[in-house]
Design a protein around this ligand. Structure first.
Ligand code: FAD
Length: 375
């Protein structure tokens, strides 16, 4: 006999917990199913912990809209719920004249996206603010911040549980089937069970496509291909020579080796970018010299031996190497035709910043889909 539930959210990363919280707070019965023994052990704990302002993303994209909305909501949320964070600000810098055009493009895109508080800076102003940084120009984004991602997830979980939602750890979704009664999920773990759900939200991150493919009845052509790209972080020993986050103008389609500072004052450089074939968080120490070279373009004072291997994170990609990076893909019944199902694919950066706005978006997709016929 299958157990029945109103909503199952697959995956307890920051996005799954934000969605579970949102649905529970509207009065729905929610369980978040997580395959690991703890929540948030994958991408949500292997990132830069930056609250992004919304600078880089194409006009009107979900990334641009949900980042700006999510950032505003997140600052309010952190203040109201005492989640540790700091509006530390960031400067984006051009290291030489060849990067000025790129810097100008970022500025214009950011203003279009609704970042209203940016300030252009000349080299002298930047020297006053960040004496260790060598550059010819830059701009300040005062609304960029840093956050304790684990504390945020704990707070989302607390809200969800207060509203009757539950987290089931060590409960991997193994398969599923779309039926006339709802979506049947086969859940593994110590007490395997079949769960008949009115609503399923697939927030399985790096595994979202694999999960969607195991649900019989989901159109296979609606599931994007799976790619991964690893990023390494090196940490800096000693006190921070920087007062804010420092981002060079990107030379590729990722943000370059930039500086982030965590809430404990630890400086991290990264992440870099390499396509990989499978999920493997192993740290490749052969990258060290490339990091020294990239960092010394804007921080010439970096001493030999000052970098220590930190950690890695893996970006859940839905596009092939060499093709332009697409938007978040958040698909509800209108896109794939299955009543009660939402799939989230390619939720890379700025997914942490956008988590509250993504949860609102999912809620709206489900609320507006009542007229879609079931499969
Ligand atoms: C290197 C890097 C740096 C980043 N920096 C930032 C940043 O500074 N700011 C920002 O806003 N964003 C950043 N991001 C993006 C952000 O970290 C992600 O968008 C966010 O963490 C995604 O959360 P998630 O819940 O979708 O995925 P995850 O955290 O990966 O959670 C998915 C969960 O699903 C579970 N799961 C998988 N399969 C199953 C299954 N079959 N059954 C049950 N559970 C399952 C997994 O165990 C996991 O816990 C960064 C990402 C990377 C890779």
């Amino acid at each position: 006999m299958a157990e029945t539930i109103d909503c199952a959210v697959i995956g307890a990363g920051v996005v799954g917990l934000a969605v579970g919280r949102r649905l529970a707070m509207t009065g729905r019965e929610v369980v978040v199913l997580e395959s690991e023994e703890h929540f948030g052990t994958h991408t949500s704990s292997r990132n830069s912990e930056v609250i992004h302002a919304g600078i880089y993303y194409p006009t009107g994209s979900l990334k641009a809209r949900l980042c700006v909305a999510g950032r505003n909501a997140l600052y309010r949320y952190c203040t109201e719920h005492a989640v540790n964070h700091r509006r530390i600000g960031k400067v984006i810098v051009a290291c030489d004249d060849s990067e000025l055009a790129g810097l100008g493009k970022y500025y214009e895109q950011a203003v279009t996206n609704g970042c209203a508080d940016l300030r252009m800076l000349n080299a002298a102003e930047l020297r006053g603010m960040e004496p260790e940084v060598r550059c010819v120009a830059g701009f300040l984004s005062p609304s960029t911040g840093i956050i304790d991602a684990h504390g945020l997830m704990l707070s989302y979980l607390g809200d969800m549980e207060e509203h009757g939602g539950a987290l089931a750890l060590a409960s991997a979704v193994l398969a599923g089937e779309v039926t006339a009664q709802g979506i049947m999920l086969e859940v593994g773990g110590a007490e395997p069970m079949a769960l008949l759900c009115r609503t399923v939200v697939n927030c399985a991150g790096l595994h979202a496509q694999a999960v969607a493919r195991t649900i019989a009845g989901v159109p296979q052509e609606s599931v994007p291909p799976t790619y991964y790209a690893i990023g390494h972080y090196y940490t800096l020993s000693g006190r921070s020579p920087f007062n804010r986050l420092i981002y060079p103008v990107a030379r590729q389609d990722w943000l370059g080796v930039h500086v982030t500072i965590d809430l404990g004052g630890q400086v991290k450089f990264g992440p870099d970018f390499t396509w990989i074939d499978r999920i493997d968080y192993a740290f490749d120490e052969s990258r060290e010299q490339a990091f020294y070279a990239a960092i010394r373009r804007y921080y010439p004072g970096l001493r030999d031996g000052a970098l220590q291997p930190g950690y890695t994170g893996i970006r859940p990609k839905i596009h092939a190497p060499g093709t332009p990076g697409p938007d978040f893909r958040i698909e509800g019944p209108r896109e794939h035709g299955i009543r009660g199902l939402v799939n989230l694919y390619g939720i890379e950066s700025p997914g942490l910043t956008s988590s509250l706005a993504i949860a609102d978006y999912v809620h709206e997709l489900l609320a507006n889909a009542s007229e879609v016929p079931s499969a």
